[in-house]
Write a protein that binds this ligand. Sequence first.
Ligand SMILES: [Zn+2]
Length: 312
Amino acid sequence: MEAPRCLICHSESRWIHTIPVVDLVAQYRRQLKLEVAAEFGGRSEVRIARCPCCDFVSFVPAITGTEGFYRGLQGRGWYYLADKPEFSTARRHLRRNHRILDVGCGSGAFAQGHPVENYLGLEYTAEAIAMAEARGLSVRRQGVEAYAATKPEPHDMVCAFQVLEHVADQRAFITACIDVCRPGGQIVFSTPNADSFANAACNLVLNFPPHHTAWFSRRFWLALPQYFPLRLVEIVEEPLEPVHLSFYADTLVRAALVDWLGLRPPAPIDDSLGTRVLARLTAGLGRILARGLADERLRPKGQSITAIYERG
Ligand SMILES: [Zn+2]
């Protein structure tokens, strides 16, 4: 099968991985006790394509999680964080009189401290909308493409924190975000960082469908203004968060052992006995290494990246 044209820049993509659906289903079940087989609509594999021009990495086909899938994740409490590092990055560019559009606003945590009359959230999930409304915020149950089609008064800041990696059509999403921003206004995207250690980890199942549809690197965010009317303001790679120290340390120890013992590197999703034994062996070493990483000066970059643009 020929790799598709890149959704962002229309160059020819290249295949980089093929993932058997049965392996994804097994990992979701083992790690999160979620049954996701039905999400794949009978497909036996998903493929990953990378664009050599803009570095857009996408799953083919783009499979987005159903409401039932997200309900299963939200039951875990950690899904709506009260604060995210990218909020403070965006707030540096925010004035009190700015009219914000927060796409995929979740519980509306970004609105904290901002006048409620200058804030509008877009969100699909009923539980999240209820949480945002309890803060006095206005929220529409709508996607940004449908909202843009209503030709609203343009906003001063349009932000989408950790949303783009969940949508099926990134080009349509980015275009709609630009359409609802005033010329000279700010557009903020944050996503997981494809350059972080997490993309070298094995079995990081939430980085795969039906949770994620695409991966985004610093190179991608740098390239974006070539294809859209945007001017880059800044790109901020978040530092490694304390909560992820053990995960990072485990990943590092495992990679070191694979290399030292001359083993075959594991696949992105890998349920083989060798990989399972290695995971067991390295967990203890990872915990020790994590203690050294408590020193902030020794930490590498973390899992999310934020890109801020001005609408041209
Ligand atoms: Zn491309």
